[in-house]
Design a protein around this ligand. Structure first.
Ligand code: ACO
Ligand code: ACO
Length: 158
């Protein structure tokens, strides 16, 4: 799959000093505290349509060979339009150009849509972090009718 953007759309690097789009970031993570643990050391990209920010993704170096996408989120009213997949393709292209070998992404045991998209774009199951969500959060988190417990890490070879 190749990255093609609509005429009015662009993906650009988030400019430091601007207000972080926590409203979007919080769609992909539970709390601002959790986001703050990685967002300040991440490269952040925003998806714009005209003047409007529709989506965001952030990644950081995981090791010498890999980057990890830490957060990817599309505004609720623009989900299922293909924007998430475009941002993933953009991240993959960037990682490839910089000579990385792998892109990692973690998600929950209940994230059916995300697991579909990641595998559609060539990510494969790599690791299960047992009890990741139950240990990280005090309150149970329910998604798609299922309580989150383990984190599934997927990896794409570039
Ligand atoms: N099960 C399986 N597939 C589904 C489901 C479902 N329940 N719902 C939708 N889909 C499919 C659609 O049919 C579509 O597939 P297609 O392109 O083959 O027709 C695909 O999923 C949706 O693709 P996009 O439109 O590219 O997805 P979107 O722009 O909505 O982005 C994202 C996906 C980022 C997960 C977005 O929905 C979102 O922001 N969700 C809330 C935040 C979130 O969960 N982020 C990821 C957390 S993990 C992390 O951040 C590292
Ligand atoms: N994503 C998420 N949930 C879905 C999807 C989907 N794509 N499609 C349906 N569902 C949900 C339904 O909404 C329903 O949920 P709910 O009861 O909470 O509303 C549930 O899945 C369906 O439940 P049932 O009606 O009980 O399922 P069914 O009687 O169809 O049995 C089975 C499931 C055995 C998987 C059946 O569909 C089947 O025979 N499939 C083909 C064979 C197969 O894949 N078997 C399993 C292989 S693994 C093994 O055999 C060990």
């Amino acid at each position: 799959m190749k990255l093609v953007l609509e005429k009015k759309d662009r993906i650009r690097m988030f400019e430091e000093g601007n207000k972080l789009p926590y409203d979007l970031l919080l769609l992909a993570d539970e709390t601002i505290d959790a986001i703050d643990q990685y967002i300040h050391d991440s490269e952040i990209y925003i998806y714009e349509r005209g003047d409007e920010t529709l989506a965001v993704y952030a990644y950081q170096m995981f090791d010498e060979e890999s980057i990890e996408i830490k957060n990817i989120a599309v505004s609720k009213s623009n989900q299922d339009e293909g924007i998430g997949q475009k941002m993933l393709l953009d991240a993959v292209e960037k990682a490839k150009k910089r000579g990385f070998k792998y892109v990692l992404i973690g998600t929950s045991n209940a994230a059916f849509r995300q697991l579909y998209i990641y595998q559609k774009l060539g990510f494969e199951f790599y690791e299960i972090k047992k009890d990741y969500f139950t240990e990280k959060y005090h309150e149970p988190i329910i998604e798609n009718g299922i309580t989150l417990n383990h984190q599934l890490v997927l990896r794409k070879k570039l």
